[in-house]
Ligand binder design. Sequence first.
Ligand SMILES: [Zn+2]
Length: 185
Amino acid sequence: MIHKKSDAIIANKKINAAELARAQEIITGLYDQLPKYIARGYGPFLAAVYDENGCMVSRAANTVTRDQCSHNHAEINAIRKAEKRLKTYDLSPYNLSLYITAEPCIMCLGGIMWSGIRAVYFGTPSRVAERITGFDEGFKPNWLTEFKKRGITVYGNIEPEMGKKILQDYVRDKHIIYKPKRNML
Ligand SMILES: [Zn+2]
């Protein structure tokens, strides 16, 4: 079977069928919830933290425009909620995974690294999100390798078509595309 380039998994580890099934279930569940959040003024991304038993610790959408806060991405909000719930700034002893509807941006890579999250699973790749929305996800050289060095596993491009459709609808419905003005060189 020939895979299109857009089908390619973006990962720094192999996962087994059970892990993949769990990730697909959680991420398609997040995609299912996301339009309801968008309708209530949230940004078009949703993230959730799960423990190793498959129990959800936190879930949060992007609240940049609702909160007037440029760094309130879904990942950051979900990590903040998990830390609050577990009353810690260090999630590393809990062996937690972060599931996201889209690939994390440059800022969220830092947030994930500092949080102690052990595994990241995501849906739509950045290049697809950028093409559809015009968001700038930032420069992320060798991030899969750099995360691997730090013991953070990544597995992404899970059911990307569902995420693609949600982002296309977000743009079609003229929701806010938030990005600072830049003089690009
Ligand atoms: Zn982000």
